[in-house]
Every structure is written in C-alpha cells, then in structure tokens.
Design a binder for this molecule. Structure first.
Ligand code: SPV
Ligand code: MN
Length: 623
C-alpha cells in the first residue's frame, strides 16, 4: 500500500529525473512495474542527493556509458592494452572490513557470538546519517542484475544504487544484466537491494573518510548499505554483500548459499563431473577452478538446491574478481594468457609501469624499478607511515573479468537448471595437520570433520594479521546471516534429503614437511592430480585406504595419475611424507574444534560432537 508520503516521494523523483535526458531515465524506471522498486529508488535518491541519476538498462550503449564514466571520473585509468583499465582503492581500504560490517537486527534477534551485529533502528539511523547528502555533486547509477542464470528457479534479481562508476562497471563484468528480467517479473520480483557510496574522494579518487567506512546489512528488508569504501569485497553489492541475505533466504527455503567455486572436472572418455569447492580466500580457490584441462562455472559463490534427489548448483556470478598475486605463466597459463590479451579487464591495486603495463608480486617477469600503485608513486624500499616496506602490489590486488574471456569457461554456465554436483571439496591453508586429499566416510562425516571443522591460516584478503590459524566453517563464516549451529544443521538436513549425496572431500595444498626446513610437501601443480583422483573416486573407479580421518588415495593410483596428468614420477617417499596421518596434530585440531563449538556455538547439533569424538577415538587407537 502506497502512503501519501510515498506518493510525494515518487512525485519528487519524477521532478528530479523529469527534464531533458532525465525524462528518459524516469521512463526506463517506470517500465518496470514494481512500486517497491520505485519507492526504494526514490527514497535513496532523496537521501543521498546526487547531482545526476543514470538508470542503466541492458542496452550496450547504457553499459558503455558506465564504463566511460569510470574513466572520465578518474576511478579507473586506461592501460596500454585495449580494454584494460586499473583502479586503486585507498591505501587503508584494501580488503573486507570485518569490524565495520554489521547485521542490523531487531530487538530479541541474536545470531550468536562471533557474528557482528547492532540494533536495527540505531544502525539504520547511523547509516542514513552517513548517507545523507553523500552523493552531492556526484552521479548515481541505478543498475539491475540477476544473481544466477536468467529465468531460473535458482536466481535472485538485484538492484544496485552506487555513486561509483568503478563498482557499477565491475558489476557489468561480474553479473548477468537484469533490467529485462525486472521488466519481465514486474511485481513478482523478490529482489535484493544495495546502496553504495564511495563517499568523498581524495585527489587520487579514493575514498577519503574511511573512519566512517560501514557495511550494514538489513536482513529484514534484504537491503545492504555500504559507505566510504571502494574495495570490491565491501562495495560490489552482488558479491559478498548479497551472500548474507542469500544465506538467510536459502535457510528459510531449504537450499544452500555457499562460498564455493563450481568446476567441471574432465574424467575418462569425455566424462565431465562437476565439483563445488569451498576455500577461504587466498588458499588456491580461483587457481583450482581454472586448472588447464578443466572447465570453470564459477570461482567464488554457488547456490545449491536439491532436485529429484540430486544436488544442482548455479553460479550467481558470471565473472571473476580474482587474486592476482602469484599468477604466473607456468602455474596459471589460462589466466596468464587472458591477462595479456586485449579485452575488458579491470586490474586493482597492482603496479602500473611507465609504459602502461601492470606488474604484481609473483609475476614471472623482471620487476620494474618504479611505477604507480595504491600508495602513489612507488620504488622498491618505499616505506609507509608506520615504517613498513610497501610491496610492489597489494597482496589482495585483483583482476576483474567476464568468464567469457577465458578459454575454459564451461558451456553450462548459464543453464537455468544448473549443473549436477558430483563432489564437494573443502580446502584450507594448513601447514601441519591435514593430508593433501582425503574423502570422507559419508555426508555427515564430511560436513562435520571437513566442513564444520575447516581451519585456515589467515591471509591478506581481510584486514588484520596474517598467518594465524582460525576456524572457518565451510569457509563461509564471514558471511553467515544465521546462527552457525543452524547453518550446520541445514547442511546435515540437506544431505539427509538426498537419495545419493555427493561425496565430500578435503584438500590441503599447504602441508609442510617438519624435517625439511618446513618446505611444502607438494608442488603447486599437484592439485591437478588430486582433482582427477576425486573425479574417479566419485564414480567408484579408484579404491582408497581407510585411515582414522578418512579415505586416502593408494600410492599406485597416484603414481599412475602423476604420470598421466603431469608427466611426473611420483615417489614413495613423497607419498609417505604427504599421506602419513599426523595423529598428534589431528588430535590437537579436534580439541580446538570441540572447544570452539562448545564455547562459541550454543546451538551446535549434537552429532557434531559425536562425530568428532568418534574420530578422536580412531586416532587414539591408531597410536
Ligand atoms: C574473498 O575474499 O573471499 C573474495 C574477494 O572472494 S571479496 O570480494 O573480498 O570477498
Ligand atoms: Mn570469496
């Protein structure tokens, strides 16, 4: 029901957009027959008070306009290779800001310890105050997208308001255009809403008032607000911001929103088996999903539904916001080739050379002796205000591109039915405990010991100290919008409802050897072999050895696969180093995990403790 206040608001929006070019913007908005949408736009246009509003449809000319505006406004700069641009976030705005990311919860609602929240009314008042007049003198872009393939049961339409052409442009590469989808759905669209402002910009066009950086998530209204930040993980509404309301919706409706890639692993005789994989950032997730010889559906997020007894998955995205550090011609040939070819790519927080090329840490070319990046002019040895050396590029520097630019994009990317999931993988950065690859005994064992017990050493993808071991259930902890115990229960129930649940695996690319100066026990490329083994295992075509923690590959199978996949001889010594179960470390891990669930997760399902206890007993009796 529209109130008189609503009517007035719409009148004012019409006036604002009503003249000259503006009339066209109003017409575009009106074509979507959805009063809730109109009111949302009217409310935030009025509050943020931009100088101009641009309503973007799916028309190529509209999309091109946004791209040009990003360059014209100085948020992106063109590079020497056609289509390439670079964007910088502020020096202190280089990662997800967990501290200032909060759920706005009505009184009496509690998501449990560890989930950052504030009272809803107070939070709305705070963010509205920050947003008031924040876009004065700037242009507001209204964008429509669809999370997931068009015309699909999986999908969620979404609208983004932002004053950052960089954010709007990034979303073009990452999400399916959704204006026509909104027109088609009209009042039936149950959509997510995002309001973002980079806030006041400094001379280098980076957010200036980061002390007022906020990401506030209003679950009730499925709306997310983000202010005074540009870094993609804080701003690109449809990425990590949308995961929160999506997890909540999924929980209500009996499906799953996961921090998972989706890839096609190519088995014998042309068989393709789809795997989803959850890894905390900077733990090899993107590079796994892009392994040569395999095909990629998505590198970051998956919606999973059970359909006729099987699991099906879609990627809500259609592009990649990937970590660039360490990308080199030998380990990542596909990404490497794409990053060196013309095409629409946004680099962020890399070093720009005098010739208009880009460089990053771990690029296998000679390092430039000077350049320009997120800290301004750069030379080796440059120090920041606190006296720390500033690296050539930021460890969380990224590239943004449409998956269609990659040779290995999977043909099922836009299938409204999704792909059938043949296996689920959990991975983390673990230097001393878990074997490189292992299959769980069953769904519950996998959910508990591999998903719920996932630990990882922290990386540069969030602000804070690196290298500290932390539990990160399903690698989804940062995005949970429901109590963790409930989230785990959902996984258990999801599996219980499946006729034939896909096998669950864990991988660890980061195991070190205690006896050889802590060297990694594996080469980066070895993950290609683990994938092929999992593919065969998921079809029951390789046997496995039972250990106290799960089912591990047999030496002979790996020997054969190392030769076939990598052309490498695989030694018994390597196998022993990698696959000997580290009993003491595994026992210590169980202790940490039990302690965490006992003290921090009041609603932990009982079976979590039971399964961990059984594992503890198996480990003990193996001593
Ligand atoms: C991650 O950190 O998990 C990412 C990038 O995928 S971000 O958008 O920052 O979440
Ligand atoms: Mn991610």
């Amino acid at each position: 029901m529209k109130t008189e206040r609503d009517e007035k608001r719409l009148e004012r929006l019409k006036e604002r957009l009503g003249e000259g070019v503006g009339a066209e913007n109003y017409r575009k908005l009106s074509k979507i027959a959805n009063p809730e949408l109109h009111l949302f736009v009217a409310k935030y246009v009025e509050l943020c008070d931009p100088e101009k509003v641009f309503v973007c449809t799916d028309a190529p000319a509209d999309i091109q306009y946004v791209r040009r505006e990003a360059v014209r406004a100085g948020e992106e700069q063109e590079l020497a290779t056609p289509g390439h641009t670079v964007h910088f976030d502020g020096y202190y705005d280089q990662a997800r800001d967990k501290k200032n990311t909060k759920f706005l919860l009505p009184e009496g609602v509690d998501l449990g310890p560890g989930i950052n929240a504030t009272e809803r009314e107070a939070g709305l008042a705070e963010i509205h105050e920050i947003l008031r007049g924040i876009m004065q003198g700037k242009q507001l872009f209204v964008r429509f997208f669809c999370l997931g393939p068009l015309k699909s049961e999986f999908s969620i339409p979404a609208v983004q308001l932002t004053d950052s052409a960089y954010v709007a442009h990034s979303e073009d590469l990452l999400y399916r255009q959704g204006y026509e989808e909104f027109v088609r759905l009209g009042e039936r669209a149950r959509f997510f809403k995002f309001v973002h402002s980079a806030g006041e910009l400094d001379g280098r066009k980076t957010s200036k008032n980061i002390e007022k950086r906020r990401v506030f998530i209003d679950l009730e209204d499925e709306t997310v607000f983000s202010a005074n930040t540009q870094y993609g993980g804080n701003t690109i509404g449809l990425k990590k911001l949308a995961m929160r309301p999506a997890i909540k919706r999924a929980s209500r409706e009996g499906w799953l929103t996961e921090h998972m890639f989706i890839m096609g692993v190519h088995g014998p005789s042309g068989r393709v088996t789809y795997f989803t994989g959850a890894f905390p950032s900077l733990c090899g997730k993107t590079s796994t999903s892009m392994l040569p010889g395999e095909t990629i559906v998505g590198d970051d997020i998956a919606y999973l539904r059970s359909r006729d007894g099987e699991v099906r998955a879609v990627n809500p995205e259609k592009g990649v916001f990937g970590i660039i550090q360490g990308v080199n011609s030998e380990d990542d040939p596909l990404i490497w080739r794409t990053l060196h070819s013309p095409g629409e790519i946004i680099f962020s927080n890399v070093l720009v050379t005098e010739e208009g090329g880009v460089h990053w840490i771990g690029k296998d070319e000679e390092e430039p002796k000077s350049g320009f990046h997120h800290s301004g002019e750069w030379k080796p040895g440059k120090l920041d205000d606190e006296g720390f050396e500033i690296s050539l590029s930021h460890p969380n520097a990224r590239f943004t591109l449409d998956l269609q630019l990659l040779e290995n994009v999977d043909p099922a990317l836009n299938d409204p039915e999704g792909v059938a999931v043949g296996g689920i993988i959990y991975g983390g950065r673990d230097s001393d405990t878990k074997v490189p690859v292992e299959r769980s005994f069953d769904w519950v064992h996998g959910v508990v010991t591999m998903g719920a017990a996932l630990e990882s050493e922290t990386t540069a993808a969030t602000l804070g100290k690196e290298g500290v071991r932390k539990i990160n259930p399903m690698s989804n902890l940062d995005f949970l919008s429901i109590p963790l115990g409930k989230y785990i229960k959902n996984h258990l129930e999801f599996g219980a409802g499946l006729e034939n649940p896909p096998p669950i695996f864990s991988v660890n690319y980061f195991l070190r050897d205690r006896n050889r100066e802590g060297k990694f026990t594996n080469e980066k490329a070895d993950k290609a072999v683990w994938l092929k083994w999992m593919e065969l295992s998921s079809h029951g075509e390789v046997e496995a050895l039972e250990t106290p923690t799960g089912l591990v590959p047999k030496y002979e199978d790996l020997k054969r696969l190392f030769r076939a996949v990598l052309g490498k001889e695989y030694s018994k010594e390597d196998y022993a180093r990698q696959f000997t179960v580290r009993v003491a470390e595994n026992l210590a891990k169980i202790k940490r995990v039990v302690e965490f669930y006992k003290t921090k997760v009041p609603d932990t399902p009982k079976v979590v403790f039971e399964v961990l206890e059984e594992q503890r007993r198996r480990l003990k009796s193996s001593l």
